[in-house]
Design a protein around this ligand. Structure first.
Ligand code: ADP
Length: 501
């Protein structure tokens, strides 16, 4: 491996990459039965980093068998919530001790700049600690009063129990964090997990699995199968799995729902978006311009809640769009290890072709496309940021999720039309409002069809704030108490008592 962009890769990172990677099943690194490998590519250079194995039916069956046995054996599900929490804290501490290696692997695997990787990894570790402290604080409800009378008393209550074995299917845009947004609440609740990282970014999942074992999470409780969509489909279809939690594209989410319909598995989905970011003429523009720019350009636009549609009040439209275009010219596009890099590469040639296709189509259609900083030459999958100005809302680039650093900008002059246009999408994940008028902020926040509304800032995933989508952006919520409850089943117990005689 050696030196990249004057960045000397750590010896332990190189050593990890040289390993022959296997699946983590029942606490043991396990080889695939069939020979099926996939290259893992550094998106900044196009170079081969290492290879992973593609799990098939035999590996999924083995992982399910051991995850179920671990769940039913009770070494994790049967201990107290406080004890699970203590072990999870140890997991978080051990991960923190490996931060340098994890960050390097995330940058090599995904391409994101070091500072972005550190942010995502920090979020992930904070989620472990948040959920570690939650499981012993969920109070069951005593409902006796709802059905009892003096003549016919009952003791009735609800209780929560872990859902069982959960399958987690992870995308490539936030590999470490999204692994934890799902496994931290599931483990806190006492579930066993089978995690499939994305085929493009499988590496930090392997570190997470081995570190969990080191921390004392028992064998079989946290299994990791590397593989592609075929492995994901086998997990979604396996009758021994009780719940699927998926983050990824809306199209794949729909396929997973169809598969899970066979046995009515519980399903949580966090899918795509075409999120509006709205700037009113009373906004603090010094704050709004960089925030709206990074709402779309952060992680090179490969963020499910990216603010990819910008609505700006006509009175300040030209200033704001010009401000964002100027901002985008100063965002250095390059290798994530270069400390001056603001935007890393896209994940793959396929993704780059897709994003370029949208921009070329917009140029061909005669739209006003303002390109930002130029991209480096070489084999990396780099894309320049772009702003499409005064775009007709019917254009594909204004409606479809591009998943790249491309912003569609629209002027508006009245709030009613603004809300109608902002909601005119099949998605409903995020939304941003920049305004100093508190009445306007509350009114617009309430009218927007989005699971998450950020006001005078954009994005961020605090563990205490539930996250998820309206409409075709998903089902259910992650983080917060809802994120924990999603890995439990509710049981109602009603005990008939004898009246006092
Ligand atoms: P993208 O198309 O942007 O790569 P996907 O939503 O297809 O994103 O992929 C997200 C995750 O879903 C990856 O881990 C991928 O392997 C997995 N996946 C892809 N297709 C399927 C499927 N049919 N069933 C289950 N998982 C799948």
């Amino acid at each position: 491996m050696g030196e990249i962009m004057n960045h000397q890769i750590l010896g332990s990172t190189s050593e990890f990459l040289r390993r022959s990677h296997k699946h983590m099943i029942n606490g043991t690194w396990t080889d695939n039965q069939a020979e099926a490998f996939r290259d893992v590519i550094d998106p900044a250079t196009g170079d081969l980093l290492t290879k992973i194995q593609i799990a098939g039916q035999a590996e999924v069956d083995a992982a399910v068998k051991h995850a179920r046995a671990a769940f039913e054996g009770g070494a994790w599900s049967g201990i107290s919530a406080a004890e699970r929490g203590r072990i999870m804290w140890r997991w978080a501490d051990l991960l923190e001790a490996k931060l340098d290696v994890i960050t390097e692997l995330e940058v090599l695997d995904n391409g994101m700049p070091v500072a972005v990787a550190q942010g995502f990894i920090g979020y992930g570790i904070s989620w472990i600690r948040y959920f570690a402290g939650m499981a012993d604080k969920i109070a069951d409800k005593n409902l006796s009063g709802t059905i009892s009378s003096r003549a016919a008393p009952f003791h009735s209550y609800t209780s929560r129990q872990p859902i069982g074995v959960a399958g987690m299917i992870i995308p490539w845009n936030g590999p470490f964090g999204i692994f934890l947004i799902k496994t931290a609440p599931a483990l806190a609740a006492g579930c066993s997990c089978i995690v499939k990282p994305a085929e493009d970014t499988p590496l930090t999942a392997l570190i997470l699995a081995e570190t969990a074992l080191e921390a004392g999470i028992p064998a079989g409780v946290l299994n990791v199968l590397t593989g592609d969509g075929s492995t994901g489909a086998l997990i979604a279809g396996h009758p021994g799995i009780d719940k699927i939690s998926f983050t990824g594209s809306t199209d794949t989410g729909k396929k997973i729902v169809q598969t899970c319909a066979n046995d009515l598995k519980r399903v949580t989905l966090e899918l795509g978006g075409k999120s509006p970011c709205i700037v009113f003429d009373d906004a603090d523009l010094d704050l709004a311009i960089p925030a709206a720019a990074m709402a779309i350009f952060s992680n090179s636009g490969q963020v499910c809640f990216a603010g990819s549609r910008l609505f700006v009040h006509e009175r300040v439209y030209d200033d704001v769009v010009q401000g964002i275009a100027d901002f985008s010219k100063n965002l250095q596009v390059g290798n994530g290890f270069d400390p001056n890099t603001a935007l890393g590469p896209l994940i793959s040639q396929k993704q780059l072709d897709r994003v370029n296709g949208y921009v070329e189509q917009a140029v061909k259609a005669g739209l006003d496309v303002v390109m930002g900083a130029s991209k480096p030459s070489g084999k990396g999958f780099f894309a320049s940021p772009a702003v499409v100005n005064r775009i007709d809302p019917s254009q594909p680039i204004a409606r479809e999720e591009v998943f790249g650093p491309v912003l569609a900008a629209f002027p508006f002059s009245d709030t009613e039309t603004l809300i109608r246009n902002a909601n005119d999408t099949r998605y409903g994940l995020g939304a941003g409002i920049f305004s100093s008028n508190i009445d306007r902020v509350h009114g617009v926040a309430s009218a927007l069809e989005a699971g998450n509304v950020w006001v005078n800032h954009y994005g961020g995933m605090h563990p205490g704030l539930p996250f998820g989508g309206f409409k075709e952006s998903g089902w259910g919520r992650e983080l917060g108490e809802d994120g924990y409850l999603a890995y439990t089943e509710q049981k109602t117990v009603s005990i008939k008592l004898n009246p006092l005689s």
